[in-house]
Design a protein around this ligand. Structure first.
Ligand SMILES: Cc1ncc(COP(=O)(O)O)c(C=O)c1O
Length: 385
């Protein structure tokens, strides 16, 4: 489950200290808050951790996507390419911004299939959003090469992969902008919250204006006299989230290390089972480790396999249990906004997802829990194959 498993004394003290001071707003009230700004401090620490120059705390990962699209200047009717397997928020953010979602297939990495990106990119494409699903980085080299060729900015949805990396760079810092979610089930949690990260000062400024009604945050002026050149909305992070985020960020490397260790142990113990094929890893070292996904030969075997796991009290995560929220094939309410001049069917993704199983990996996983998962998978294989 991630950072939530470790919430303890440090988070309690950090939050209590903010409440004790009585200033919960990220801007202003300098004297009352004794010039202590927790969201600002969290953003600075996040820059350092991610290796980027600018981070902006926001109210959720969904908000981060919306703010990032505004910073990129997305206009009504602009096409945005993302993928058929994601959380619904990625596509909702495009629709909220007035964009038209164009959705690619996913490949065996369960992330954007670069070949389908190449097939679907056109002169109308304004932004490409690869999603690092379930902690595993997407094929960023191929995606970036296609994007560069067409001069289209890449916005990485790293909401499920805070702390993951690809070839030495943290996911979310490779494209023009990256987004992160700190909701309750993520590797780093502030209850609800999110971050936009970038190495581009101009994009940061636009994101910062947009997330706060257009305020330009001129330190020389009182907030009420601040200039505004664009409209915006309220997607601000508050000081309680900032304080909590700072503490959780210090735990992030431990979260990732424990998840990776448990995942490796389970993976090794089930690797020899014939019929199990692990999901592709574009950069195995950069996997955040919170999920172990594999394919079974057919949809039918996956359904049967899942039934045995449920009987053995082995949980699954998203696949297949939460497909309704993660695959466009299940979203008639979204498909109605996909343009009819594109093929609105994703047979490759659907076939892969229907034969997938994803196991959640947690930070505090006892040897007994790990053994139960391993035994459950072996039992399912024995019964099904
Ligand atoms: C891929 C993806 N994008 C965006 C979001 C939205 O994040 P939040 O729940 O913080 O709004 C999520 C949340 O699960 C997600 O998984």
């Amino acid at each position: 489950m991630g950072g939530a498993e470790l919430i303890g004394k440090e988070e309690q003290e950090a939050v209590a200290e903010v409440i004790g001071r009585g200033v919960l707003f990220r801007y202003g009230f300098n004297e009352k808050r004794k010039n202590i700004f927790r969201v600002l401090e969290f953003e600075a620490a996040f820059n350092k951790y991610m290796g980027c120059t600018h981070s902006l705390g926001v109210s959720s990962g969904s908000a981060a996507l919306r703010v990032a699209l505004a910073a990129l200047g997305l206009k009504r009717g602009d096409e945005v390419i993302t993928q058929s397997f994601t959380f619904v928020a990625t596509i909702e953010a495009i629709l909220e911004a007035g964009g038209i979602p164009i959705l690619t297939e996913v490949d065996k990495s369960l992330n954007m299939d670069p070949r389908d990106l190449e097939a679907k990119i056109t002169e109308k494409t304004r932004v490409i959003i690869p999603v690092h699903m379930l902690g595993v980085p997407a094929r960023m080299d191929e995606i970036m090469a296609i994007a560069r060729k067409k001069n289209v900015p890449v916005l990485e949805d790293s909401c499920q992969a805070c702390g993951s990396s690809y070839r030495g760079k943290k996911t979310g810092t490779i494209g023009s902008l990256g987004t992160y979610s700190f909701d309750y089930v993520k590797t780093l949690t502030t209850g609800e919250g999110g971050m936009v990260a970038t190495n581009d000062k101009k994009l940061y400024e636009l994101a910062s204006y947009y997330h706060d009604h257009g305020h330009e945050h001129n330190p020389e002026l009182p907030r009420g006299e601040d200039a505004h050149s664009i409209t915006g909305f309220n997607y601000r992070m508050n000081e309680i989230q900032g304080a909590m985020g700072k503490v959780q960020l210090e735990r992030l490397d431990f979260v990732l290390a424990e998840q990776r260790k448990h995942k490796a142990q389970i993976k090794k113990a089930i690797a020899e089972i014939p019929g199990i094929e692990f999901r592709d890893q574009p950069d195995p070292a950069g996997d955040g480790g919170d999920t172990l996904a594999f394919f079974l030969p057919e949809a039918k075997t996956a359904r049967e396999f899942n039934a045995v796991l449920a009987k053995e009290k082995v949980d699954t995560k998203i696949l297949p249990s939460a497909m309704n929220w993660h695959f466009v094939g299940k979203w008639n309410h979204i498909i109605q906004f996909c343009p009819p001049y594109r093929t609105n069917a994703w047979p490759q993704s659907e076939a892969l997802l229907k034969r997938s199983i994803a196991l959640p990996i947690s930070v505090r996983m006892s040897e007994e829990q790990i053994s139960r998962v391993i035994e459950g998978v072996h039992k399912a294989a024995k019964e099904v194959f």
